[in-house]
Ligand binder design. Structure first.
Ligand code: FES
Length: 165
């Protein structure tokens, strides 16, 4: 994916004067490109007067940040205490089998990215997940399959027809 590094620099610079501005800058960058592009790390480091290793360390420390573009749908599975007590780990195993990939990865067809999350605020109705940011509670494997099956993928544009000579 080509990244407009000048736009990325402007986004990072907008947060430079803010105390603790690195995290809001990383959030803004991920909101814009779906991930924090590795080629943007030197730019962010320069803006915040940090080393590349420091920026990389922050990006990899927080589960929220991705270093690669996500699939067409992002499924976050809660692994915090209340959800664990209600079978979250079995649900994670089910989701991994269904997608054919592990957490922090994207299915081979590019449809689903699985991510762990640590509490969605639905502890009383666990286990909980979020799909493309929308929370869902009391998830069984059957409900999970129904929700995933109902996801609508954006239409792939038809190839342009070649012009007649
Ligand atoms: S522990 Fe899963 S929603 Fe709170």
């Amino acid at each position: 994916m080509d990244i407009d590094t000048e736009a990325l620099r402007q986004l990072a610079t907008a947060h430079r004067a803010q105390p603790g501005g690195l995290l809001p800058a990383l959030h803004a960058i991920q909101d814009r490109w779906g991930h924090v592009p590795p080629q943007g790390v030197p730019v962010i480091a320069e803006v915040f007067n940090l080393s590349r290793a420091e920026v990389h360390g922050v990006v990899t420390y927080y589960h929220h940040f991705r270093s690669a573009p996500p699939g067409r749908h992002v499924v976050q599975l809660c692994r915090a205490e209340a959800c664990q007590a209600m079978g979250a780990e079995d649900l994670v195993a089910h989701a991994e089998r269904q997608a054919g990939c592990a957490l922090h990865a994207t299915s081979a067809d590019g449809r689903l990215t699985l991510e762990p999350v640590y509490c969605l605020g639905l502890c009383a109705s666990s286990p909980a997940i979020a799909i493309d940011g929308e929370p869902h509670a009391r998830i069984t494997p059957q409900r999970y399959d129904a929700l995933i099956g109902a996801l609508v993928d954006a239409a792939v544009p038809a190839p342009a027809l070649a012009e007649a000579p």
